[in-house]
Structure formats: C-alpha cells, structure tokens
Design a protein around this ligand. Structure first.
Ligand SMILES: NC(=O)c1ccc[n+]([C@@H]2O[C@H](COP(=O)([O-])OP(=O)(O)OC[C@H]3O[C@@H](n4cnc5c(N)ncnc54)[C@H](OP(=O)(O)O)[C@@H]3O)[C@@H](O)[C@H]2O)c1
Length: 296
C-alpha cells in the first residue's frame, strides 16, 4: 500500500484522499488542517486517516499532498521541509497556475516534487466523489514525481497528461480564456443585441444557437476552418459599421484586438489588399505591432 498524507483537507484534498482510499492502492495516513474539527470531519468523509494539526505530528509517508489554498502552498512546503520529509518521498500540490517550484524546500531535503491539477470542480465534495471519472489531470514536476502522480491519477479515475517545464501559467491561461473569456464574450454579445433592439426574451435563443454551432465547428474542424464572418471575408466596410456603433472605449478596444487576431487567424484566406483594408478599418496601423499567427 502506498502511504499518502493530506495537508489541507478542504474540497479538493478530502475528495482526492477518498478517491485514493477507494482505489484500494493507497493508505490515507495523516490528514492535517489547522483546526482539529475540520481534520476530524475530513477523516470521517475520507473513511480513513489520522487527524493532525501540528507539523511535528506529521508522520513519514510516500506521498504528501499539499491541498491548501494556493497562497499557503509555499509556506506549507517550508514548514513540511523543516518538520522533516523522507528523501525519495513525493511532495505535490494541486494548484492550476503554479508549478512545483513552490515546493523547492522539500526538494532540498531530497524529496521529489510535482503538481497534479485535475480540470474539475470540487465545489461539493460528495458530488465530486461520485462524478470524478475520466478527468484530465495536468502533471508537471521531476521525473519521479510525474511517474508517481501518473499512477495516482490513473488509480483515482483521472486521465493524466504532462505539461512542459514551466508550462503551468500558460496552461492555466488557456483554461481561463476558454471558460472565463467565453462568458465575457457572451455578455458583450448580449449587450450589443440589446442595443440593436433584439427583444430580451429572444437574445438567449438568438445568440445561443449560433454560439453552440460555432463552438462545435471550432472544436471539430479547427479554428481556422470554422472561421466565418466579415473579417474572414475581407469585408472592411462591415467592420467599420460595427465600430461606429461601439460607443464604449473598452468594448471598441476588445473588438479591435480580437479583430486583429481574427485577421491573423484567417491567414491566406485573406488576400494581402483585403487584409490591409480590414486592418485599416479596425484602426490598426501597420506599425501597431505583430500579431501571433493562430492559424496553425
Ligand atoms: N476546489 C476546486 O474545485 C479545485 C480544483 C482544482 C484545483 N484546486 C486546488 O486545490 C487546492 C486546494 O483548494 P480547495 O478548494 O480544496 O481549498 P479549500 O476548500 O479552501 O481547503 C483548504 C484546506 O486547507 C486547510 N488549510 C488552510 N491553510 C492551511 C495551512 N496553512 N496549513 C494547513 N492546512 C491549511 C483548510 O483547513 P483549515 O482552515 O481548518 O486549516 C482546508 O482544509 C488549491 O491549490 C486549489 O487551487 C481546487
């Protein structure tokens, strides 16, 4: 049995611990929080483990999960290293944006360090426990940590994959753009539909059908093939009309920035003169800086 200690047993910590116990391959050993009540409640949820509140009482294990809030990870790694962590043990956290660099104090004591980020919401641990299946889990860290975390992810029903060294912030930015900015774009589109006089009760069906179809196309065909609309057609006069009705500075800036990216995405579908006309309608001077080609 692989021994795992859980430092921080909130929504994610206690759910991963319960899944590890259920797999039959892990023994959940110490469950540490700052409050005795929360540690005891977490042990009850997990169905295994010893409630601990002091670093000095944390016993030796094969794996240590630091499932504390992101801002507390570095401090907890420091405290764990000071309390003692066996050489060869694996210390990991579950933050989406930071990498194993937060755990360097443990590495200095001979531990292997890594991170395992499940792309999943643990808002309600009881629900998460029942629904955690085939969840993509991003791994990074040293080779030994990644091997141990791959085994853990598979045992709990996850689908592990490895990130590039230092890839965590870009990985997390990808998730934020895909989910948060999609919501922001929905809000902007709703605002413009309302400005144009679309009846309130028709805004959701009007935009929803188009947005679902477009997302399906972008995912199935790839972004470049899925691109339609005035910019992909080189229709500069339509772009100019759009900008005339955007009276808010912030919305204009968003439209212009996304328009430039969209022109770059259209790539060879736009002739050079059409590309110049579209960029000019977008108010983007030739010297307004390079745009990343997203066409690949
Ligand atoms: N929740 C999600 O859906 C989700 C998804 C993916 C990744 N994550 C990641 O998982 C990690 C944990 O997030 P969470 O949502 O599970 O947090 P959470 O529900 O707020 O739980 C945090 C836990 O850490 C304990 N804790 C806080 N500070 C501590 C400290 N200094 N020493 C020891 N224990 C401490 C808390 O208990 P006490 O207050 O009693 O000490 C609590 O048990 C974060 O890195 C987060 O980014 C979360």
């Amino acid at each position: 049995m692989i021994r795992i200690n859980i430092i921080g047993a909130g929504r994610l910590g206690k759910t991963l611990a319960a899944l590890a116990r259920r797999s039959g391959r892990y023994r959940v050993q110490d469950v540490m929080t700052r409050g005795a009540d929360s540690a005891a409640a977490a042990c009850a949820f997990i169905g295994m483990g010893r409630a601990v509140t002091e670093w000095a009482d944390v016993s030796a294990a094969d794996l240590y999960l630091l499932a504390v809030p992101d801002a507390a990870i570095a401090d907890c790694a420091q405290r764990l290293a000071a309390a003692g962590v066996p050489a060869g043990a694996v210390v990991f956290h579950a933050s989406g944006v930071s990498g194993s660099e937060l755990l360097r104090p443990a590495a200095a004591r001979g531990a292997h360090i890594g991170s395992l980020h499940p792309a999943f919401s643990f808002a309600d641990p009881a629900v998460a426990l029942e629904n955690f299946s085939d969840v993509l889990c991003a791994l990074e860290g040293d080779a030994e940590a990644c091997a141990a975390l791959r085994e853990l992810a598979q045992a709990i029903g996850g689908r592990p994959f490895e990130l590039a060294d230092g890839g965590k912030p870009a990985y997390h930015a990808a998730l934020s753009v895909a989910s948060n900015y999609l919501v922001t774009l929905t809000a902007i589109a709703r605002h413009l539909a309302g400005q144009g006089g679309v009846p309130e009760e028709l805004i959701t069906p009007l935009l929803g059908g188009l947005m679902r179809q477009t997302l399906e196309n972008a995912l199935a065909l790839g972004p470049q093939a899925a691109l339609t609309g005035p910019i992909a057609r080189g229709d500069a006069s339509t772009v100019a009309l759009h900008l005339q009705v955007l009276d808010d500075e912030g919305l204009r800036a968003v439209y212009q920035a996304l328009g430039r990216q969209t022109a770059a995405l259209a790539g060879e579908r736009l002739s050079e003169p059409a590309r110049r006309q579209v960029l000019s309608a977008l108010g983007a001077a030739e010297d307004s800086g390079p745009v990343q080609s997203l066409a690949g």
